[in-house]
Design a protein. Structure first.
Length: 114
């Protein structure tokens, strides 16, 4: 069973930056699309960024231009660079495979406060 370990969250001020990491176990990372998701209490988990195997990416409208997803297939690791942080970016962030969902990791908490 694939396991995801997310890290890099923390307290950030509005306008600040943060880089999240997600490392997956197993050997299928490099052949699958990787997605970054976020969830706030009482809301559905939403996908905010996708990294495709060919190197392209796609973003939710709410984060376009501020979030950048990247991946290192040799390390089974995906990254999410968050710039120009907004209050509404506060959430628990997770990664998973959108086309082959696995068990969720614990996520990493991003708190936005001035």
């Amino acid at each position: 069973q694939v396991q995801f370990v997310e890290s890099g969250g923390g307290l950030v001020q509005p306008g600040g930056s943060l880089r999240l990491s997600c490392t997956a176990s197993g050997n299928i990372f490099r052949i699958l699309e990787v997605g970054w998701y976020r969830q706030t209490p009482g809301k559905e988990r939403e996908i905010v960024a996708r990294s495709f195997m060919g190197g392209t990416s796609k973003y939710a409208e709410s984060v376009e231009g501020r979030f950048t997803v990247s991946r290192d297939n040799d390390k089974n690791t995906a990254y999410l660079q968050i710039n120009a942080v907004k209050f509404e970016d506060a959430a628990v962030y997770y990664c998973n495979y959108p086309t082959m969902p696995m068990a969720w990791g614990r996520g990493t908490q991003v708190t936005v406060s001035s």
